[in-house]
Design a protein. Structure first.
Length: 512
């Protein structure tokens, strides 16, 4: 059990996926002797409906039933709203999914750090609460912008990536053509960046950007009403007994995590081994000694001669070295080779991105060799390197940030530095997804307070609906109004080392 205490002077939040038990402890008593009252109606993950109107169905394999509020979702589930149906789904705290009538959507991955949804038909709106704070230091703003975990929105013909707080409407017509409109927010698709007040229309694999939004329809109005109702519900929590005592410093919240800390450490600690699979959605592997194809699993270690194939619309992250990540796009095939701990990866087809940040204190730099169509690229300097192999075309190596001199005439350089602010980043959804994944450990401490895990869901007694409750910093709704009821004092930015991944030390100011 890993306890996390929240009071006026201490704030520490595990970044691991948590199942929380909240206890109410009266001030003036020690944590061992205090009377505790179990606080119900709090959630740290969603994966469930928050509101259902009309006929909405829940599909899981051959299972099919009318959706009810007591359903919980799993990866791969489908939701189908009928002629009279609408629904609001809780994803991660602060992130709502709303479905219009005659809409069909697949919940491909509900992991907090890899949300992926596929809209087959109809209309859906994703509302993501916006961090309501002004940066106090120059390093805070780019980290604040990057603190949101990206959300992948797929359609039958393209992929969009949502990269910040805001309101995003996605429509898919009967031919599979799609349209993404941003009331507020940041998104990416097919090499194009989409900002607030813009619409991206996709047909035939081409994305066209236009300024301005269509006039709001009934679904937009319904979503706005829902957003405003949830802000009102958050404000109503100020009258709750637990909030009054927390704000008056007569109580604090004791949050315990039933997950074994050793497993949490293992999952979030970068392995010193080579070829470790850190994330895989759907992929197969074939080895030299076991040539039959089998499913590749997370935490496996690739060995010399392994062949990996990712499924269409599936991605993978491999820790080639502790300081080098390899990302694979869907429908990509590679051969992994390793001799005396020097790794070479041959890309047979598809797209791969390697991101390096060498250890300056290492006696010898690590070297990753990327092989494509008999061309070899030996890379050892800090950078973001991408190789694309398309049918009928020569392999293409692009460097987003890396050495200025490369001994290959086919090099195409994109001068985007890793520290560049989010508003200046461009690229397709795979580029941005890989970049954001590579920054996860650097931003882990920052996300404790300002990212999507900086809050919980809380059920309001009068409506029995869940609203977002931030930890200590207010968030705004893209429809106006602030989630101003928090469960910790806003000034409590000192922490004690209760995270099993932290080094023991006395209370200290928060650092990124």
């Amino acid at each position: 059990m890993c306890p996390v205490l929240i009071n006026k002077s201490v704030l520490a939040i595990r970044i691991a996926s948590l199942v929380l038990i909240l206890s109410f402890v009266v001030a003036g008593q020690s944590s061992q002797q205090a009377d505790s009252v179990l606080l119900k109606d709090f959630l740290v993950e969603g994966k469930r409906p928050n509101l259902i109107e009309g006929n909405v169905e829940h599909l899981r394999g051959s299972y099919k039933a009318a959706l009810t509020l007591n359903h919980t979702f799993e990866n791969g589930d489908m939701i189908q709203a009928g002629d009279s149906g609408r629904a609001e789904i809780l994803l991660v705290p602060g992130c709502y999914l709303r479905l219009d009538r005659n809409t069909r959507i697949g919940l491909l991955d509900l992991s907090p750090d890899n949300l992926k949804l596929k809209l087959w038909s109809g209309s859906a709106i994703l509302e993501v609460a916006i961090i309501d704070m002004l940066p106090g230091n120059e390093w805070e703003e780019p980290r604040r912008q990057l603190s949101y975990e990206p959300v992948s929105l797929l359609t039958p013909t393209t992929q969009y990536l949502v990269a910040g707080g805001g309101s995003y409407r996605l429509n898919v017509d009967g031919k599979g053509n799609s349209e993404l409109s941003l009331l507020k927010g940041i998104a990416f698709a097919n090499g194009s960046r989409i900002d607030s007040g813009m619409t991206a229309s996709e047909a035939g694999g081409k994305v066209i950007l236009t300024s301005g939004l269509k006039a709001p329809d009934d679904f937009d109005s319904w979503s706005r009403q829902r957003g405003q109702a949830l802000i009102k519900a958050n404000h109503a929590l100020k009258k709750s007994d637990w909030h009054k005592k927390v704000r008056s410093n007569k109580a604090y919240l004791l949050i315990t995590d039933p997950e074994d800390p050793s497993r949490a450490r293992e999952r979030l600690t970068v392995s010193a081994e080579t070829g470790v699979v850190d994330l895989v959605e759907d992929a197969l592997v074939s080895g030299v000694e076991t040539p039959a194809w089998r499913r590749l699993e997370t935490s496996e270690r690739l060995t010399n001669g392994d062949r990996v194939r990712t499924a269409v619309e599936s991605r993978a992250e491999i820790h080639v070295y502790p300081t080098c990540l390899l990302f694979l796009e869907g429908d990509t095939e590679i051969v992994y080779r390793e001799v005396e701990r020097e790794v070479a990866v041959e890309i047979i087809k598809g797209s791969a991105i390697a991101i390096l940040w060498p250890d300056t204190g290492a006696a010898e730099p690590v070297v990753l060799t990327l092989v494509a169509d008999k061309s070899e690229y030996r890379i050892s300097e800090r950078g973001n390197y991408r190789i694309d192999i398309k049918t009928g075309a020569k392999p293409e190596l692009m460097i987003y940030a890396g050495p200025t001199r490369v001994a290959n005439s086919e090099l195409k350089s994109k001068k985007t530095q890793p520290e560049t602010m989010l508003k200046k980043i461009s690229g397709d959804s795979f580029d941005v997804w890989a970049y954001r994944r590579s920054r996860r450990r650097e931003l882990r401490g920052f996300r404790r307070y300002f990212g999507p895990l900086g809050g919980m869901w809380c059920q309001v007694e009068s409506t029995r609906e869940y609203t977002f409750v931030p930890a200590a910093v207010e968030y705004r709704s893209p429809y106006g109004g602030a989630y101003s009821t928090t469960y910790a004092e806003p000034g409590s930015f000192k922490r004690r080392s209760l995270d099993p991944l932290d080094d023991p030390s006395p209370p200290r100011p928060m650092r990124p």
